[in-house]
Design a protein around this ligand. Sequence first.
Ligand SMILES: C=C1C[C@]23C[C@H]1CC[C@H]2[C@]1(C)CCC[C@@](C)(C(=O)O)[C@H]1[C@@H]3C(=O)O
Ligand code: AKG
Length: 292
Amino acid sequence: MDSSISTLLVPQLPLEREDQKDHGDSFLHTPFLQKESSVPINFIWPKRDLVVAHDELREPIVDLGGFFSGDLVATQHAVQLIRAACLNHGFFQVTNHGVDPRLVKMAYHHMDNFFKLPASMKLRAKRTPGNMWGYSGAHADRFSSKLPWKETLSFGFHDSDSKPVVEDFFKSNLGMDFEQTGVVYQKYCEAMKDVALAIMELLAISLGVHPLHYKHFFQDGSSIMRCNYYPPCKEPGLAFGTGPHCDPTSLTILHQDQVGGLEVFANNKWRNVRPRPDALVINIGDTFMVSA
Ligand SMILES: C=C1C[C@]23C[C@H]1CC[C@H]2[C@]1(C)CCC[C@@](C)(C(=O)O)[C@H]1[C@@H]3C(=O)O
Ligand SMILES: O=C(O)CCC(=O)C(=O)O
């Protein structure tokens, strides 16, 4: 099963895009939900987009262990690797990030269980027009061509002393049977926030501003959690799991499974980002590039 879990830090939640309109329940007819044998025309992308990456991005692998333990030399080394990455393509991977591997494993376990559910169950969390959160099959309720070959479950996170917003999302949309799923993803989102704020401190140092400048700015920020499931495709050369795009957010933290397939356009070529089970893939987004 090819899948990824990404958290996108935003200073404020993006507004619903104007071009999104409700195509009704058309996504009920997505091929992977209907087990059709070929790729329907609305999932086929233009040949100019379907470029296969052969080279690796060779992005820096940044060990955060020294930063977390207060080792100034290791912190400076991490800062230099991050600075070099951000001056180039904005991607790097981090290890010793402090996220419990058992939590990551549980997040995948619950995600696998969700996407294996019958469509009728998944549709209980269906993304509704004007809403960023919920289940989507290929975004077929929003777009009518160049559909991504994926199912996505998205939900929002922000720190709240009064209530665990992620737990509440799962209980209110999917019922008490998903309470434990909500607990796992609440913990996952909280862990990703900690990683994001650590990265923001290193980014600040790399830019020569006060080390806590961005950490304080994003302290009360929100994030978009996205679980992406990419079903097997009989003609993968015709489709995209997720089409070419820039992240309109500030920071993306992605854990990809070991199937691979994440590609980045850098130095005029699409390049593969090698999956590393112990690492998180980090990229700065448009709103950070603008603000930096
Ligand atoms: C704010 C966002 C909108 C998308 C998810 C996040 C960051 C990237 C965006 C997206 C992945 C870009 C490609 C198209 C998209 C529709 C998708 O394939 O999921 C985009 C996401 C979205 O609009 O839901
Ligand atoms: O699933 C991935 O590897 C990337 C997905 C992505 O770019 C997104 O969901 O914003």
